[in-house]
Structures are given as C-alpha cells and as structure tokens.
Design a protein around this ligand. Structure first.
Ligand code: PAF
Length: 286
C-alpha cells in the first residue's frame, strides 16, 4: 500500500504517526471522527465514512484484521484482505487518514491486557464465539485511546458489538460519542458484509431469507404474537431455506439485550446462521 496516493488519504502504520496527525488537527481546532474496520470494505463501510464526514472535520479509518476476535477454528486466515482496493475506496471517499497497523504494532511483545464487558459479551454471538467480544472490546478500547476522536461510528449490523462498545465507553469514561449507523442492504434485503464474499452464487440467492425470517418474526411480535413461537417459525424457515445450522434467533431488549418480556419495550430480533462456509448475522427492530 502506498503511504500517499493521488487523493489526500495518508496511510500510517504506527501509533506515534497517527497521534502526530491527530494532534496537528486538534491544534487547528478540528473535530475528529474514527471509523474502525477490518477492511474488505463495501458500501456499508462507505456509508459509515460518509456519515463521519458529515459529522466531523477530519476522518480516520482503521483497517486491522484483529486476531484476538477470532476463535481457533474461525476464519482469521481466510478473512479477505484487499488492501489496495480498500485504500482506493477510502481515498475516493475523502477519508483523511488510514491507520493500518500490523499485529506487532497493536499487540507488542508483553501485551497481556484484556477488556471484558461482562454479561453483554456472553449472550447471543458471545455464547457461540467465546473469545470474540473480549477481542473486539480490547482492540476498540485501544483504537479509541490511540486516536482520541470526538465520535466513533459503528454499523448496527453488528448490533451486539455496538451495545458492548457503548457500555465499555460509558464504564471506562472514554470521552467519545459512539454513533450507530443503520445497516446497509442489497436490494433483496441481504445485509452487506465482508463475509458475503464466502457465498457461492446459489447460497447468495438463499441468503436474503435471513432478513425476511427476522422481519417476519419482528412483525409477529409487534402484532402481539407469542415470542417463542415467532422464534421457532423463523428458525424453521431458515433451515427449510437451506441454512445448515442456526446458532440463534432471539428477541431481546434493544438496549440491555436481556430477553424480551413484552412487545411494549424497545426490542430487536437478532439471528446468526450458517450458510455454506459463511456465518451470517443480522438484526431488525421490533
Ligand atoms: O466490526 C468490525 O469490523 C470489527 O469488529 C471492529 C469493530 C473493527 C473491531 O475489530
């Protein structure tokens, strides 16, 4: 990846260079937005960049495929890393700085700290991916403290991740506003995700069923239907549609992620299911 390019985007790989840039902007009185990503950027990420640009004077995007948030049998090695394309997309989007550290810069020898948001990290995806949210919490805490932005933006597609990040920022008094940005979908409803690249054409045709199943479940609950029945129907629909395994389909309180007790509290239906080689997640408001 070049360190500078035709546009204004500058790539930095170490924390000191990132801090120098940010401090210079601070001296000019600029506000700063941070958009953490693992790269393999798509239109959903560009929506985050666009929103960041509308909300702050300067935008820092990060690309780091964080080894700590992948379990031993997960897709860390296979995770797509199209660095050059990512750089070009961020450049065209008018992002100012790309922070792209390697694992040694992020986790130097001797690194032992783990950030854990208890409770929220153990349910839903956390029950199926035991190390995942500790890895996310640890790296996001580092990225926030390395950059010290005014705002940081995250997609609502990773709804549980967003809830965990809001909690850790509040608990640790990190002075940043966390902004959740609605999920971007293809025309057929499939939420955009870097992992959609794992789908074969036939699986890609089946994948939107995840969205339609949770939309139907949310509508049934909103209409006063039984929560357990709505969840069972969604699960059956997914298995019939060709998903090989459903990790969960659950209705939860939109803020606490506690099981939903009635349709009057703000709720969310969240699901994770396996289709071929891909594990897809999605969620919708009730
Ligand atoms: O959502 C992601 O892409 C990642 O989990 C994040 C927030 C960049 C942390 O690695």
């Amino acid at each position: 990846m070049p360190s500078s390019y035709a546009g204004a985007l500058v790539a930095v790989r170490d924390v000191e260079s990132l801090r120098r840039r940010v401090q210079a902007w601070r001296r000019e009185g600029r506000s700063i937005a941070l958009v953490p990503t693992m790269g393999a950027l798509h239109k959903g990420h560009l929506t985050l960049m666009d929103r960041a640009q509308k909300m702050a004077d300067r935008v820092v995007a990060t690309i780091f495929v964080n080894p700590k948030q992948f379990g031993p049998n997960e897709d860390f090695q296979a995770y797509p890393r199209p660095e050059h394309d990512d750089f070009e997309m961020l450049n065209a989007a008018g992002v100012h700085v790309l922070f792209a550290p390697d694992a040694a810069a992020m986790y130097p020898n001797g690194f032992v700290t783990n950030v854990r948001v208890a409770g929220l990290s153990e349910v839903l995806d956390g029950a199926h991916r035991p190390v995942h949210f500790d890895g996310v919490s640890t790296v996001v805490t580092k990225l926030l403290l390395q950059t010290l932005p005014d705002i940081a933006l995250f997609g609502e597609k990773d709804y549980q991740q967003l809830a965990i990040i809001k909690r850790l920022v509040a608990d640790l008094n990190i002075p940043v506003d966390i902004i959740g940005v609605p999920t971007v979908r293809d025309a057929d409803g499939l939420a955009l995700s870097s992992r959609n690249a794992y789908l074969t054409p036939a699986e890609r045709a089946q994948a939107p069923k995840l969205y339609t199943a949770i939309v139907a479940a949310a509508a049934a609950i909103a209409a006063g239907g039984d929560v357990a029945k709505a969840m069972a129907t969604a699960r059956d629909d997914l298995l019939k549609a060709g998903f090989r395994e459903v990790d969960y389909v659950e209705a939860r309180n939109a803020e606490t992620l506690a099981p939903l007790s009635n349709a009057r509290e703000p709720g969310r239906v969240l699901a994770a299911a396996h289709l071929g080689r891909a594990r897809l997640i999605d969620n919708v408001a009730i």
